[in-house]
Design a protein. Sequence first.
Length: 360
Amino acid sequence: MKRIGILTGGGDAPGLNAVIRAAVKTAIRDHGCEVLGIRDGYDGFLEEDGILSLGAEEVRGILPRGGTILGTANRGNPFARKVVRDGQEVTIDVSDEIVEGIKRQRLDALLVLGGDGTLHIAHELAEKGVPVIGVPKTIDNDIGGTEITFGFDTALNIATEALDRLHTTAESHHRVLVVELMGRDAGFIALNAGVSGGADVILIPEIPFKYESIVAKVMERAAKGREFSLIAVSEGAKSQGGQQVFSRKGDEVFVPRLGGIGSMVAEYVEKKGYESRLTVLGHVQRGGTPTAFDRWLATRYGSAAVRLAARGGFDRMVSLQCGHITDVLLEEALSSPKRVRPDDDSVITARSLGISFGDE
Ligand code: F6P
């Protein structure tokens, strides 16, 4: 193995730079390998200045830095790229150009740090002969084949701190405070932060809720003299028989943007006579310095990805299982996205503590 490339795709997540740093150090020290960074996801292969050399100097000091030094993009699937031709918007497949770009760089391996969208593209490129290795990144923690993705722990800590802060102001004003959290179709951030931050109601995509049940919980607390409540709502939560709420529809370029369910919950509760306010935590959950856990996990993933490449384990993804780093087929990881199991012990524990999921 002489030359490897690294790219970061999809939404950023704390820990991306820690993976890059670990991969570069391992590649240079243990394999005497040259490392190239690809700017802005797969697009870097198509741009004139899309490739940069990554050495010890380039990765110095980046371990605690959020974001990604390589830049990222969460649109522009090379298999379905929207372009304007003769004044008309058309969708074209530029994947062969990407494959050509990879060949031009004479890469023996391409490490792809991404979530489900980016890793799906990686798997499709592998089917065209590209030697890809996946590294599971996302604050949503929704990738199968691994116990945890890097970025999740940081988002969880930020969301928990937000709940702690909302707690004191909710209590002072005797209000219901609703916080809408990210996570797409997986409720891990809302569930784990809700439990850790003492939420009274947790609404997640995997357990559709009834508006009346939320208010019943608020009333039950008020009757006991607890005249405030905290509600953690996952952006992908939906009511029983209802649909997920989007702030923008998707198209060939953009994935649909979830958002708005928190405001519907806050409005409903307020209409029932309880003063409510909404906080949408948004991208704060993705930004800034990674937690120690994410740095540790990201570093292990980055180093293991280079070792996997050296063994020729392509079309595979590094993963954490039973506390140890191993690897799985990309196809296997992508075919079973991870979701909160309604019968999981964390849900049962939350219920035992009196937390409502709005479903009873
Ligand atoms: O997948 C990560 C994530 O932050 C989701 O939780 C959220 O729905 C989405 O990305 C937001 O994407 P964007 O950065 O395009 O607004």
